[in-house]
Design a protein around this ligand. Structure first.
Ligand code: SAM
Length: 362
């Protein structure tokens, strides 16, 4: 069985490692490839099929897709891969014709029973003369026409039993069955307070992986709605977990989220100002934070002073490593340099349409 897995751009290597670990945990063998056909934010996993006998002695297939949906922290979607191709032309009529023929000739009848209703959800990224709605309509017609050979197909756009998913990223076209459903896995059920600039939970977990935590104390000094801290607590982290947030509204939201996640007793939340960090904390082993960028909230002109003051304070208390996310490359690098921090690692990560800079420093 082949799965097409989606995640954020820039963390494919970490997602690949996670998937390899989960395949192993399930006792299966598989091959995992990052950026199939050169597509960022995507992973292919070819996994052996496996069966078990249930309590009634019936042979059942082990559902690796469900296992990944339930256990992954870094993936956004788990899609059963049906077929993929590179479109020879991106000119509207030619491309949509090609999509129709490609979908029609794919073995879709193996993935949906004629008695089941279906819908097509479509994702598109890149420069195209047509929309994702055009693709969904075209693929939907091809599936309908193909299934008509076997009976009367049923379409249900609102609550389908089977979701076909098409993805067109530049000229690469994927067709599959979306086993995740309409809500991406990074939208966590614990998020009852929606911070205007919250971090995707998948990226929070990538930061946690990159920090290589050793059980020492962890702080997010500008924790917003608490994403990093809550995801860390959900991983049953043993060390102390602390969050600081300047605005009471967000701090209250973080506490509500932690409560909804069932981890409020594992996180200490402080109402405070990160530019006065040493007032609240004498020392901390790890600091993980998605810093304010001054785009969605606050003013951009205030960012240089905020970063400079914060990293000056951090230099007094940080023992081991820090992992930071920001769009403000020059500002943060200046603050690192002037406050004696050394960059150990840098990468770009896709977050909400932006490429943000991720740094590990000590
Ligand atoms: N990672 C968070 C989440 O997922 O909700 C979002 C963090 S948001 C990008 C940055 C946060 O820093 C905002 O909630 C903002 O109120 C807070 N902040 C800004 N200046 C601060 C300061 N001086 N001290 C503490 N928090 C501050």
């Amino acid at each position: 069985m082949k799965l097409l897995l989606t995640t954020s751009r820039g963390i494919e290597d970490l997602a690949k490692k996670e998937v390899e670990g989960l395949i192993k945990r399930a006792g299966l063998k598989g091959k995992v490839e990052e950026k199939p056909l050169g597509v960022e934010g995507r992973i292919w996993a070819e996994i052996e099929e496996s069966y078990y006998f249930n309590r009634k002695g019936k042979k059942r297939e082990f559902e690796i897709a469900s296992f990944l949906n339930e256990n992954s922290r870094l993936l956004h979607r788990v899609i059963l891969h049906i077929s993929s191709t590179k479109l020879p032309s991106l000119e509207k009529e030619k491309a949509l014709n090609e999509i129709y023929n490609f979908v029609f000739n794919s073995p879709i009848e193996n993935y949906v029973k004629i008695s089941e209703n279906f819908a097509v959800r479509s994702f598109r990224k890149g420069e195209h003369e047509f929309t994702s709605v055009d693709i969904a309509k075209t693929a939907g017609s091809a599936i309908y026409d193909k299934l008509s050979k076997f009976g009367m197909p049923k379409v249900n756009l609102d609550h389908p039993s089977v979701i076909f998913r098409t993805e067109l990223i530049d000229d690469v076209f994927f067709l599959g069955i979306d086993t995740t459903g309409d809500s991406s896995l990074h939208k966590r059920p614990w998020r009852v307070y929606d911070h205007p600039a919250h971090l995707k939970a998948s990226i929070a977990n990538a930061m946690i992986e990159l920090a290589e935590l050793d059980g020492g104390s962890v702080l997010d000094p500008m924790c917003g709605s608490g994403t990093i801290l809550i995801e860390l607590a959900l991983r049953e982290y043993d060390g102390k977990i602390i969050g600081i947030e300047k605005y009471e509204k967000h701090l209250r939201g973080a506490k509500m989220n932690a409560l909804a996640a069932g981890v409020s007793n594992k996180i200490e939340f402080i109402h405070g100002d990160a530019t006065k960090l040493s007032k609240y904390i004498e020392s901390v082993d790890f600091v993980l934070s998605n810093l304010p960028y001054g785009l969605k909230i606050g003013r951009k002109s205030l960012i240089p002073e905020l970063y400079m003051k914060f990293f000056n304070e951090l230099s007094k208390v940080l023992e081991k490593r820090g992992v930071f996310l920001t769009t403000e490359k020059r500002t943060i690098e200046k603050a690192f340099e002037e406050n004696g921090f050394k960059i150990l690692h840098h990468r770009l990560v896709g977050h909400g349409g932006l490429m943000v800079h991720l740094y590990i420093v000590k």
